[in-house]
Design a protein around this ligand. Structure first.
Ligand code: DON
Length: 605
C-alpha cells in the first residue's frame, strides 16, 4: 500500500537536499517514527498563564463588527468550527473520556456530514498537534496528483488554460482526509475509529436541520452540483434544500460505517473505492484503484518559529502556511514595536511584509518530495532583516520591482474549513481541511454520497498564469504524478512564554488563510486584543500578485485609505476576508470564537 517515499527526481537534486528529503521521509507513514514527535520543553507550571492584560482596540467608525463583544467561555474543553453540530460532536467525545485528538477526528468526520461544502472525506488537509506533555506533531494528508496526471492536462489544443482544474471529474486530486484522520487517531488518540465516528454516522443517518448558512451555500452550488448529478441529498430532484429542512445522507452514512469498521481501508479499498473509481469513469476523471491504494499521509515536523516571546507551531510544506506566516511575522518582528493597529503605517508595514513573503511563497514553495524547498533560509531572522530593509517607510514597493510579473485580479475565495480543539489536559489540535472550491469539483460520488475536491487547481496548471485565487505560481508547483499541490492552509498553535497553549487557530480562504490567521495572532500578541476583538478586527491581504492591498469594506478609515493610496498602494476592497476559527486560553479556561463574518459554533464545558 505504501509507495516509495522518494521522488523520481531524487537523484537529480543536491546532496544537502537529499539529506533533508531523507530526514523528512523517515518521519512519514502512520507507522513511522522520527521527526513527527519533536519534543519541546515540557509545559510550564499548571494554572493560568501569564497572559498580559487585554487592550481595547479602536476600529473605524461604522465598522460592522464593533469591538467589546463577549466570547463563548468554558473552563475545561472547547471546540470551534464552522458547524455547531460538528463542534458538539467533539465535546460529546471528550465528555465520554476522549482527548482532543479523539475529539478533533470526531469533529472532522462530522463536518463531512454537516458542512459538506468544505468538511470532507473527498478532500484533504493538515493537522498540527501539541500534547500537554510537550510533544508536537504535524500530519499532511493533502491530496496528490493521480498517477495519470500530466503537466499540461488542463490546457486545450491551443495551449489555453481550461476550467477543468476547477470543475468536474478531472479536477480532483487523490483524497487524503480519511487516511490522515485515521492515522492521527491511531497515533495520538485514545479511542477506536468506530467510537469517534459515531456522531458523524448518526448525523448522516438520522439527519440534521439545515440552517440558513448551509441553505445559502446549497442554493449557490445548485448549478455546479446538479450539472454532474441531478438528484443528491442536497438537491432532491434537483431542488435545493431550504433552511429548516432535514438533510439525511444514507449513502454517506454507509460510507462512514465502512470506514468505522475497516479503518482507512474502508475508503481506499472495497465498495467505496469502487464507487469513486466508477464515478471517475462516468466523467473524464483519472483517479484509479492504484491511486487510492498508494495514498499515504505524511508525518512532518511542524514549522517552529517565534514572534517576540511566543512560539508558533504551524504547517510545513506541502503547505506554504507555516513558512509564509513565519516569514511575514519575522519581517514585522524587526520593528521593535509595531505602529498602532489601524494606522496608515500599520497597514503599510503589515501589507508590505505579506507582499514579500508571498513573492517567496509563489516562487519557491512546493511539495518537498519533488522540489528542494529552502526552509531554513525562508524562516530565518537574518533573511527577514534583509527583506525588512527593502520596505520603504514612505511608499509601496511595486511587486514588479520585487518580482517582475503582473497578473489579473483574484476572485473572492471560497471554501475550506478550519477547526480548533482543546481538552482539559491542555492537548490541542488545529486542523484545516478542504475540497478547495466550495463544494469542490461539483462531483458527488454516486452510491458513496460525498463530494470530491478540485484541489488540482492549487497546482500551477500553467506556471505563470493565475489560478482560481489569482496566485501566480512557478514551475516548482507544476503538476507531476504523485505530487502534492502547494497549499496555503495554516493550522497553527501558539504557545505563551510559559510554554502553555495560548491560541489554536487557522482559517479558510485560499491565500488569505495565511494573512488572516497571522493577523489574529498579531492582534492577540502584539496589540493585546481579546480573542473576540482580534477576530472582529478589520483584515487586510497582500499576495504579491496581483499587486494590491486588499481590505474589508468599512475596515479602513477614509483618511488612512487616502494616505495608503498616496503611498502607492493599489487598494482593493472586498466585503469580507477570511474564515477563521480560534480558541484562546484565558484566566480559568478557554474562549472560543467561530468566524464572526460567517457561521459556526464554539462548544465547550
Ligand atoms: O489549500 C489551499 O490553499 C486551498 N485549496 C484552500 C482553499 C480555500 O481555502 C478556499 N476557501 N475558502
Amino acid at each position: 500500500m505504501m509507495s516509495s517515499p522518494f521522488p523520481r527526481s531524487i537523484l537529480q537534486v543536491a546532496p544537502r537536499v537529499v539529506l533533508s528529503l531523507l530526514l523528512a521521509a523517515c518521519s512519514r507513514g502512520p507507522g513511522g517514527t522520527g521527526a513527527s514527535d519533536v519534543r519541546l520543553p515540557p509545559a510550564g507550571p499548571p494554572g493560568d498563564p501569564a497572559i498580559p492584560a487585554r487592550v481595547a482596540p479602536v476600529f473605524p467608525a461604522g465598522w460592522r463588527l464593533p469591538a467589546g463583544q463577549p466570547a463563548t467561555f468554558a473552563p475545561q474543553v472547547m471546540a470551534v468550527s464552522n458547524s455547531p453540530e460538528a463542534s458538539a460532536a467533539a465535546t460529546e467525545i471528550m465528555r465520554a473520556g476522549g482527548n482532543a485528538v479523539d475529539a478533533a477526528v470526531a469533529l472532522g468526520f462530522a463536518l463531512a456530514v454537516t458542512w459538506p461544502e468544505a468538511g470532507n472525506i473527498g478532500g484533504g488537509g493538515y493537522s498540527v498537534v501539541r500534547l500537554a506533555d510537550g510533544r508536537v506533531a504535524a500530519i499532511d494528508y493533502r491530496e496528490i496528483a493521480p498517477l495519470a496526471a500530466t503537466r499540461d492536462m488542463y490546457l486545450d489544443a491551443n495551449g489555453k488554460l481550461t476550467d477543468k482544474s476547477v470543475y468536474g471529474h478531472l479536477a480532483s486530486g487523490v483524497p487524503g482526509a480519511v487516511a490522515g484522520l485515521s492515522a492521527l487517531l491511531e497515533r495520538y488518540g485514545t479511542m477506536p475509529l468506530s467510537r469517534v465516528m459515531q456522531p458523524a454516522i448518526r448525523l448522516a443517518r438520522e439527519g440534521f436541520v439545515v440552517d440558513t448558512a448551509l441553505a445559502g451555500s446549497i442554493a449557490r452550488a445548485r448549478g455546479m452540483v446538479t450539472r454532474f448529478q441531478r438528484s443528491t441529498p442536497y438537491f432532491p430532484n434537483g431542488q435545493p434544500l431550504a433552511a429548516g429542512a432535514r438533510l439525511v445522507q444514507p449513502d454517506l452514512a454507509r460510507t462512514l460505517e465502512a470506514i468505522a469498521q475497516y479503518g482507512a481501508a474502508g475508503f481506499y479499498k472495497g465498495w467505496v473505492a469502487d464507487s469513486l473509481v466508477a464515478e471517475m469513469r462516468r466523467g473524464e476523471g483519472i483517479i484509479t484503484h492504484e491511486d487510492l491504494l498508494r495514498y499515504t499521509p505524511v508525518w512532518r515536523a511542524p514549522i517552529r518559529t517565534n514572534f517576540r516571546e511566543y512560539t508558533l507551531l504551524s504547517m510545513p510544506p506541502s503547505s506554504s502556511g507555516g513558512v509564509t506566516t513565519a516569514e511575514s511575522l519575522n519581517i514585522l518582528e524587526q520593528y521593535p514595536a509595531l505602529p498602532a493597529y489601524g494606522s496608515t503605517r500599520w497597514f503599510h508595514l503589515v501589507g508590505s511584509a505579506y507582499q514579500r513573503a508571498f513573492i517567496d511563497r509563489n516562487a519557491k514553495l512546493a511539495d518537498p518530495a519533488f522540489v528542494p524547498v529552502p526552509l531554513a533560509q525562508l524562516t530565518s531572522k537574518t533573511y527577514a532583516r534583509q527583506l525588512q530593509g527593502t520596505i520603504s517607510e514612505t511608499r509601496a514597493t511595486p511587486t514588479r520591482e520585487l518580482e517582475p510579473r503582473m497578473q489579473a485580479l483574484p476572485r473572492e475565495p471560497e471554501h475550506t474549513t478550519h477547526y480548533s480543539v482543546v481538552d482539559a489536559q491542555g492537548n490541542a489540535v488545529a486542523t484545516t481541511t478542504t475540497l478547495n472550491n466550495s463544494w469542490g469539483s461539483g462531483v458527488w460520488v454516486r452510491g458513496a454520497g460525498f463530494m470530491l475536491n478540485d484541489e488540482m487547481d492549487d497546482f500551477a496548471a500553467q506556471p505563470g498564469t493565475p489560478n482560481m485565487f489569482g496566485l501566480v505560481q512557478g514551475e516548482q508547483n507544476a503538476i507531476q504524478p504523485g505530487k502534492r499541490m502547494l497549499s496555503a492552509m495554516s493550522p497553527t498553535i501558539v504557545l505563551d512564554r510559559d510554554n502553555q497553549v495560548l491560541l489554536v487557530v487557522g482559517a479558510a480562504g485560499g491565500p488569505t488563510i495565511i494573512t488572516g490567521t497571522s493577523q489574529v495572532i498579531l492582534n492577540v500578541i502584539q496589540h493585546r486584543m481579546t480573542l473576540m476583538d482580534a477576530m472582529r478586527a478589520p483584515r487586510i491581504h497582500h499576495q504579491a500578485l496581483p499587486d494590491s492591498l486588499t481590505f474589508e469594506a468599512g475596515g479602513i478609515a477614509p483618511p488612512v485609505l487616502d494616505s495608503l493610496r498616496s503611498m502607492g498602494h493599489a487598494m482593493r476592497q472586498l466585503r469580507a476576508l477570511v474564515n477563521v476559527n480560534a480558541i484562546m486560553r484565558v484566566k480559568g479556561g478557554w474562549e472560543g470564537v467561530p468566524e464572526p463574518r460567517r457561521s459556526g459554533g464554539a462548544v465547550g464545558y
